[in-house]
Unconditional design. Structure first.
Length: 635
């Protein structure tokens, strides 16, 4: 394979803090690599060094000659005053700048400029480039080309930046949290685009489904070193577990040797001063190894939430609009005790507005939220990150509470609680301004949880949190003895945490689905197949589709007792088979309809949902197969 990028003996320090030391790895043509590490371990710094935005203390970064490289930063920014279209073409690439000038002249209807630019476009063969660029913009739903970048939402700005990178047609892309602020539709589009593309990439992301689907190699920064795994995220989890087992065995062995050496050190006070210096040095090396500890973030933190009564909240006739944009329209909902609800939907459909009305930050146009007297909200918002940067980490949390109560009537001190959320004793006594962006988000999360709420509202909690922290948070929420609402685009997180979901479709269309996100996607995909089958053009039949396979929905539209027709006469065996199919297919369709009604009832347990979801998948395959055979016999 052709080498695109080689990192050799790279070292980076910030004062006394060593991020990595003498690390080496490479990216080859076709390689899609995910970079995993804790917040503060230097993931973004590494991408900045590779892109040339920062310098390493030691080591080399070498690209293949003339390699086209794109970099999607975690928080992209553009000069104020640029339009969305101008930002999309904001580049040093000459062809891209030419297209940008042409588009600007076209929008301004500047005939003189167009007269000059069109021959230049032809000479540079920029028309195909422009066509591809507009295709990418359309797929990313960037429609208002004249909107100023300073008025764009976080999701819109991320899509503009993504378009800016993809338009360059790069051979290698560096992606820093590409799914942050993107809605699920855009995440799934980008996932499919990168899977199909021949682009090589080095990517930092917390989205574990995204990693699993896109990447064919995982590299991990751990204890200032690089570990490489030739496979996707699932493979990485398996192999990392094996590595941790080997490391633990090595630590246990070192501890056994240390005990023996310690006895010798205590028995030989005179020898320490003269002949056995080599053994003393070995003792301290052994002690250093024995003190290594594995901390993968797997915690079991059974926090006792404050008492919550049976009445949580009731939404009655809630209506909210912004101009012509409807958010809620006569919305009614009764929230259950200990319910864990996920909220998902495209950006701009009103998810955060719904949360702000629930917590009282915004008032409905009509209707009301009736909140139970015992409810104590803990609200983690997208905008809530505000600290005194000169305070120490431990003091920030200690200002909220001195300890937190566990379910077994024990307590945890602030220091112990911070340690559970991966702040080492050294980090706890750092000043806030020394923390990375992800570490500050983790600290903010700790301040919300430390207030001991019984109703957690988490608005996009997965943005900027590393995978290890997400595992800790998932464990916390699983054991949380209270209610929770989670607004998230992280499919993996939603699948692990919530009982059911509200899907915001926009224009006050809100769907209550009894299951997790993956089950919802399966259900939605099947519904779309059925709707497509039921809306075939006049004169077409389900059997005429290019795949050569009829759907179950199409089968149900056939007359139940239609007799065979055609030039070829059926044999007796085929006639009996046809008669059996005309009995079987309606029966299977009836079973499928009953299952769909049950899935939408909201009364099923998770086990029942899983069982019925599996069965409906089997039914669809059986109906398709039998319908195909029915069509063959009728022909």
């Amino acid at each position: 394979m052709v080498s695109y990028l080689q990192i050799d003996n790279l070292t980076k320090r910030f004062g006394d803090l060593v991020l990595y030391e003498n690390i080496s790895f490479g990216i080859a043509q076709g390689q899609k690599t995910g970079l995993i590490a804790r917040n503060g371990a230097g993931k973004t710094t590494l991408l900045n060094i590779i892109s040339g935005k920062e310098n390493a203390d030691e080591g080399d970064v070498v690209f293949r000659n003339d390699l086209r490289v794109g970099y999607l930063e975690q928080s992209p920014s553009y000069p104020e005053g640029l339009t969305a279209l101008q930002a999309c073409f904001y580049s040093q690439n000459e062809t891209v700048r030419l297209i940008a000038d042409y588009e600007t002249a076209l929008l301004a209807n500047d005939a003189n400029a167009l007269e000059t630019l069109i021959p230049r476009m032809e000479h540079a063969k920029a028309w195909d480039y422009e066509r591809r660029a507009k295709q990418i913009l359309s797929q990313l739903k960037i429609m208002d080309f004249d909107q100023k970048v300073e008025t764009l939402s976080g999701g819109q700005l991320k899509r503009v930046a993504l378009a800016n990178v993809l338009i360059l047609d790069p051979e290698l892309i560096l992606l820093d949290e590409p799914t942050n602020h993107l809605d699920l539709e855009m995440i799934e589009w980008l996932e499919g685009y990168l899977k199909r593309s021949t682009i090589s990439l080095l990517m930092v992301t917390h989205d574990r489904y995204f990693l699993d689907e896109v990447c064919n190699e995982i590299i991990e920064i751990d204890n200032k070193q690089i570990y490489s795994y030739k496979g996707n995220y699932s493979y990485y989890l398996n192999k990392r577990s094996e590595r941790m087992d080997v490391m633990q065995a090595s630590i246990d062995h070192a501890n056994n040797l240390l005990r023996k050496e310690l006895e010798w050190m205590r028995r030989q006070p005179q020898a320490r001063a003269t002949k056995a210096k080599y053994r003393i040095d070995a003792f301290y090396e052994l002690e250093k190894k024995a003190r290594q500890r594995q901390d993968g973030g797997n915690v079991n933190l059974n926090v006792k939430a404050s008492y919550i009564g049976s009445k949580i909240f009731e939404a009655t006739g809630v209506t909210k609009s912004f101009g012509e944009i409807k958010i809620l329209d006569n919305f009614n909902y009764t929230f259950s005790r200990y319910e864990k609800l996920g909220i998902t939907g495209d950006n701009g459909t009103g998810k955060s507005t719904f949360i702000k009305m629930l917590t009282g930050e915004l008032q409905p146009d009509s209707g009301n939220f009736n909140i139970g007297e015992t409810v104590r909200f803990g609200y983690y918002s997208q905008e809530g990150l505000q600290f005194d940067e000169k305070m120490k980490v431990i003091d920030v949390v200690q200002n909220i509470a001195e300890y937190i109560t566990l379910g077994n009537d024990k307590t945890l001190s602030v220091s112990q609680f911070l340690n559970y959320f991966l702040f080492s004793p050294e980090k706890q006594h750092n000043f806030v301004y020394k923390l990375s962006g992800g570490e500050k988000r983790r600290l903010y999360l700790c301040t919300v949880l430390m207030s001991n709420p019984n109703f957690l509202i988490l608005d996009e909690p997965t943005n900027d949190l590393d995978i290890v922290t997400l595992n800790v948070l998932e464990e916390y929420l699983t054991n949380f003895k209270g209610c929770a609402i989670v607004v998230s685009h992280d499919r993996y997180f939603m699948d692990k945490v919530v009982d059911h979901i509200l899907v915001f479709h926009g224009n006050a269309d809100i769907q209550d689905f009894p299951g997790n996100y993956t089950q919802y996607r399966l259900w939605k995909t099947q519904r779309e197949k059925e709707e497509n089958a039921n809306t075939l053009p006049a004169g077409k039949t389900a059997g005429s589709n290019p795949a050569g396979k009829a759907s179950g929905a199409a089968a149900s539209a056939k007359p139940a007792n239609r007799q065979p027709s055609g030039k070829k006469k059926l044999s007796y065996k085929e006639q009996k088979e046809l008669e059996a199919l005309e009995i079987d297919i309606p029966a299977l369709e009836k079973e499928k309809k009953i299952i769909e009604e049950n899935l939408n009832s909201g009364t099923l347990s998770i086990d029942e949902l899983n069982k019925l979801s599996a069965r409906i998948g089997e039914l669809i395959d059986i109906i398709d197969e039998k319908t195909m055979r029915w069509l063959e016999l009728n022909e």
